[in-house]
Design a protein around this ligand. Structure first.
Ligand code: HEC
Ligand code: HEC
Length: 330
């Protein structure tokens, strides 16, 4: 029956009008979030932007997950405390609430657990949780904000990470042209983009990149058909489990907003989206795509750029006499 409709439609309409039934697509549209607790989200936003959660007083979550740049830093690997070279490419925080777990190797179960990591990571914000709490507790406006949201006398790490996670859950990007198409706007994609989407499904990209986030829902080996050559020593999930079978296994990254989150792969080795598409086709699927096919898939991937989070810049409450001073040059 479906084939028949297909053929009939094909006879009458242009390629563009051949909108497939969105319910049957391997990718689902992102819906806007409904904010349940605006005060908590606002607090989490302040914390996300507050560099005083770092030893130097200079590095915030936004330094490496810049919301003006697709929630990433557009660097091969991040720059941490004392200009240290980070070990791995910074993934975007956009739509990260949809991930089955956090980090390339999934070592944090969720956003709340993840958020405690960078503050105390010597290669990132290089602080301690106690000192970060001392900073927050020394600032009356923070005390009041935490009190309003959590109703407890003393700010805790649990509350800090809970608020940051609540903010991150709002960082979704609905309204991409692809989502408009999924929702029935046949004109939202041009013929090249639509051909790219067809190819994306046909060659098998959707085996790993599917769902709302077009990824983020499984761990897969990088270099399934052909090994991936990299100078980056990261072993992926094997670094956690010690299992040889998990070597080079990474969380499949989301392809939402992928045109903004270069350079690509865990080692940030590829700057051009076309190159990443070519590498994926060869290494994961054993397929040689020609130039036109690579361009078509790339054109499709660019339709996954959604509405970026937009809000008033959070104004951070000033430090007080009691606030531990930043130590940028220790
Ligand atoms: C110095 C740069 C840097 C800073 C500062 C930083 N991050 Fe990250 N972030 C990274 C890198 C690099 C990774 C990937 C690490 C890995 O997977 O091993 C990451 C991973 C993540 C992830 C997981 C995303 C995914 O798809 O797996 C989230 C969420 C995140 N960071 C949020 C935060 C929050 C919240 C803060 C502030 C408390 C923060 N980051 C501070 C660099 C940074
Ligand atoms: C077998 C699973 C699998 C298949 C099939 C697959 N991918 Fe991937 N994809 C991954 C994994 C795993 C990564 C992360 C690899 C890494 O960083 O080392 C990735 C990364 C990417 C990236 C880089 C994203 C970023 O933010 O760094 C792009 C772009 C991409 N894939 C596109 C595609 C396209 C296009 C296809 C089809 C031609 C495809 N993938 C097929 C598993 C897969």
């Amino acid at each position: 029956m479906r084939y028949l409709t297909f053929m009939l439609a094909g006879a009458c309409f242009s390629l563009n009008a051949l909108a497939l039934t969105p319910g049957n697509e391997p990718i689902q549209p992102i819906e806007p979030v409904e904010v349940a607790d605006p005060a908590k989200v606002e607090l989490g936003k302040q914390l996300f932007f507050d560099p005083r959660l770092s030893r130097s007083g200079f590095i915030s979550c936004n330094s490496c997950h810049n919301l003006s740049m697709g929630g990433s830093d557009n660097l091969t690997s991040s720059i941490g405390h004392n200009w240290q070279q980070g070990p791995i490419n910074s993934p975007t925080v956009l739509n990260s609430s949809m991930n089955l777990a956090q980090f390339w190797d999934g070592r944090a179960a969720d956003l709340k657990e993840q958020a405690a990591g960078p503050i105390a990571n010597p290669g990132e914000m290089a602080f301690t949780h106690d000192l970060a709490l001392d900073v927050l507790r020394s600032i009356p406006q923070y005390q009041q904000a935490f009190d309003r949201v959590y109703g407890k006398p003393q700010i805790t790490l649990d509350e800090v990470t809970d608020a940051i996670a609540a903010f991150e859950e709002t960082l979704v990007t609905p309204g991409s042209r692809f989502d408009l198409w999924l929702k029935g706007d046949a004109k939202a994609l041009n013929d090249t983009e639509l051909a790219g989407y067809r190819l994306f499904k046909e060659v098998g990209c959707t085996a790993c990149h599917d769902g709302q986030a077009v990824g983020g829902n499984s761990f897969q080996k990088m270099g399934l058909v052909m090994p991936y050559a990299t100078l980056n020593p990261t072993e992926g999930v094997a670094g956690l489990t010690g299992n040889d079978a998990d070597r080079m296994k990474f969380k499949v990254p989301t392809l939402r907003n992928v045109e903004l989150t270069y350079p690509y792969f865990h080692d940030g080795a590829y700057w051009e989206l076309e190159e990443a598409v070519d590498v994926m086709a060869r290494l994961q699927l054993g397929r040689e795509l020609d130039k036109v096919q690579v361009e078509q898939i790339t054109a499709f991937l660019k339709t996954l750029t959604g509405e970026q989070p937009s809000f008033a810049l959070p104004i951070l409450p000033p430090s007080t006499k009691a606030t531990p001073r930043p130590k940028p040059f220790d």
